[in-house]
Write a protein that binds this ligand. Sequence first.
Ligand code: NAD
Length: 556
Amino acid sequence: MERIAAARGSVLRCKGWRQEALLRMLENVLENGENPQELIVYASLGKAARNWPAYHAIVRTLKELEEDETLVIQSGKPIGIFKTHRQAPLVVMANCNLVGKWATSEHFYSLQEKGLIIWGGLTAAAWQYIGSQGVIQGTYEIFQSIARMRFGGSLRGKFILTAGLGGMGGAQPLAGTMAGAAILCVEAAEERIDKRLAAGYLGRKTADLDEALAWIGQAAGQGESLSVGLLGNAADVYPELLRRGIVPDIVTDQTSAHDLLYGYIPRGLAPAQASELRRTDPERLQDEAGRSIAEEVKAMLAFKERGAVVFDNGNNIRSQAARYGVTNAFDIDIFTEAFLRPLFARAIGPFRWIALSGDPQDIRVIDEWILEHFRDNEIVVNWIGLANRHVPVEGLPARIGWFGHGDRTRLALEVNRMVREGKLAGPVAFSRDHLDAASMAHPNIMTERMKDGSDAISDWPLLNAMLNCSSMADLVAIHSGGGGYAGYMTSAGVTLVADGTSSADERLRTALNNDTGLGVLRYADAGYDEAHDEVAKKGIRRVAADRAQEQEESHA
Ligand code: NAD
């Protein structure tokens, strides 16, 4: 099967840069993908397109698409081209949305088997994935937040235990060392360890637990940062550490625990054996995965009891453990509520930009501008400095930066100006994770324990997508969970292209302001003080629809 790589340079294959940008974004998710032959980008089943014929049809269509047309995509398959207008999205897509009672993993797998649906992950089918960097700042900010809350501001000398070195989990070792810690990452598949070593995300590897612990102990003892990939199964290693009386300072897991059939590998099985069992006895595979997760989560709970900071990093591991009898699995905190909510309440979240030219210098030029013009923004200045030094280029050069309302727009307009003035080698695409303020309802991750109990209301991501279409975004996507996430979530994604034109100025200004504006209002509506403060400071136009709201406003 062919190997896809994103085109670089200034030669267009499409009828304009906007279309070319989206085509390069699609190619880029596969260039960075974990299993591109199967069109799988990350998170065990998150796909870029329905199948290869659908992929080629998308590529063909993007090449033919006029600027006043819109391509409609359903679960990774192009459906039709519609005449719209020059400021309408070029692509709108809906991936993996099932009506309420049918939103189960069983229905999902059966529809997937029939070739009718795919799970798009968050950023895979929406062509927004940028490699492990996409989550690295989020993971880093979690570690920093724990450092501030529990360890006097630094993770030097601290031991982090985690698992999973896949598409997203592979960011953990680098985030851990950037935060100054000694981090042990348990991974069942050796090729995933090798991939992270080769990419510069991981320091060392071993299959020997004693050796791994000796390295970690020495590094932590000397206050040095180190990442170690340990070939093994988390459901073996976590309980074994406990048995030995070893309690890490921080414990989490980023295996694909959300998916019992395609994701989590049960103890006692090598990845190839798990694949074989999936073919011969899928029920047994799921049962064994569920029981292994239960053992791992029991160990996580015990670590918590012994004083470790333990958190769920967004892979539904607690829900799976609860299904397999661990009734107190939800004693483990979810990272969003525990560490990141005050940022999301201000719509500060994982914004990213991609140099479509393929020239890493474009990212460096933008980094420099940010360091000069966002001097007061501590989070961003610290991150850009670190990322510049430590984060390797994967696929099209890209950068992630946690910016909020107004700042995203300011940066994008400046970049558009740089493109216009020839200061960059080519146009730049802007996007963000679906895990952002207005764009995700996930009662076990993003919206767990919202102040007003609005956890499961998926109106917000739907409104977000509609508003982004009305706001002239270039690509808008609505996703719901597939596999083990079926029925658990709905999210929306958006991509914009800074091609240097004045119409791009208008699109960037409108769509980015409205995307984060709605995010602030979602949290204001749920009663978060930070959001009320942001509404007042930034002049976001909130409609006071009842007396309580009027009072909140007057207090802000
Ligand atoms: P992936 O499928 O690319 O990688 C998962 C890795 O876990 C694989 O390398 C696999 O070999 C390994 N693994 C599976 N079972 C194991 C076990 N028992 N012991 C050790 N290793 C095991 O998935 P990914 O893209 O890295 O995502 C991981 C999880 O994180 C998913 O559930 C995903 O949905 C979630 N996620 C969370 C966030 C967030 O914002 N926190 C973002 C993206 C993804």
